[in-house]
Ligand binder design. Structure first.
Ligand code: HEM
Length: 277
């Protein structure tokens, strides 16, 4: 199944990439948890895509199907202070969907739940509250990453309208949007946000690649902060000269989740990515 990223919707300056659900998955190790995520990547590719996002998903193989673990790695971009936002929609579009918006707030990442019925700035989501647990949060000079457990995130209701994202399918279609203007108040989840002028598109999470027997272990990683990615994952090129140097000492484990380590800019093992052959 070919899943064009919004090719019918894009304007000249928007995203024109296409991602196929049959493309070989790109696996990326999150250095903070040691977990190997199956990812969808949108390369930094100006002027078409001025954002840069690697988004990993892990789904439970059995049990509750209303949750997942997400691993977001984004290039810091925009003004002021590289605090533009990344939004994850829990459906293939912006409207009538649960929107998670995240941006850098000092050494932390602020998250916010939004909802939109029109192509206007989304309002606060006021339906049954999803539960987001930060498993690891990393902010460095060029990138930020957030590993999060998202419970009650795949069903939502607002204004009498219910929606859901099924994991009983070949590819769960999430989508994303990135904006280069920092939200008005970085520590306020209700801060006003601007248009996504850095890119937007569909994120097809191939369910069989994201399902894992290690889900419970990963989802219960102690939430203590994380280890900074030394650079963007392969295929997600950072801007020249902005990625911090990689530490030569540590290398992340390939798949077993490990407890998160210290916060912020401690040891920085290189992030590794694998392509299945
Ligand atoms: C000020 C805030 C926002 C405004 C004014 C806005 C406006 C728009 C507009 C006009 C489009 C259609 C673009 C086109 O067809 O070329 C669009 C698409 C889209 N937006 Fe937003 N948006 C905002 C925030 C967000 C946020 C926070 C998210 C995600 C969390 C998001 C996700 C999307 C996605 C995935 C699409 C493409 C799919 C679709 O058309 O539904 N948007 N937005």
């Amino acid at each position: 199944m070919k899943l064009p990223i919004l090719s019918t919707l894009v304007s000249v300056a928007a995203v024109v990439h296409s991602v196929s659900a049959q493309d070989a998955p790109v696996y990326v190790v999150d250095p903070s948890t040691g977990f190997k995520f199956s990812t969808v990547q949108q390369k930094y590719d100006p002027p078409v895509n001025k954002g840069d996002l690697t988004m990993g998903f892990a789904f439970p193989k059995k049990g509750a199907k209303d949750e997942y673990v997400g691993y977001m790695v984004a290039r810091r971009q925009g003004t002021p202070g590289g605090a533009g936002y990344t939004g994850i929609s829990h459906s293939s579009g912006m409207l009538k969907s649960l929107l998670l918006v995240a941006w850098v707030n000092g050494q932390d990442i602020q998250t916010s739940w939004r909802y939109a019925t029109k192509y206007n700035p989304p309002v606060k989501y006021t339906g049954p509250p999803p539960k987001l647990t930060k498993l690891a949060t990393v902010v460095n000079a060029s990138h930020y990453s957030l590993t999060y457990r998202c419970q009650s995130c795949l069903t939502w209701t607002q204004g009498g309208q219910a929606g859901n994202l099924s994991l009983s399918t070949e590819a769960a279609l999430f989508s994303y949007a990135q904006g280069a203007t920092a939200p008005a108040k970085s520590d306020n989840p209700d801060a006003s946000i601007g248009m996504h002028n850095s890119g937007f598109g569909v994120l097809p999470a191939v369910v069989k690649d994201a399902e894992t027997d290690d889900y419970e272990k990963l989802a219960s990683t102690p939430a203590k902060g994380g280890v900074a990615p030394a650079k963007a994952p392969a295929n997600a090129a950072p801007p020249a000269g902005s990625a911090p140097k990689a530490s030569s000492s540590a290398s992340p484990k390939a798949s077993a989740p490990a407890p998160a380590k210290g916060k912020g800019s401690g040891t920085m093992p290189p992030m590794q990515s694998f392509r299945r052959i």
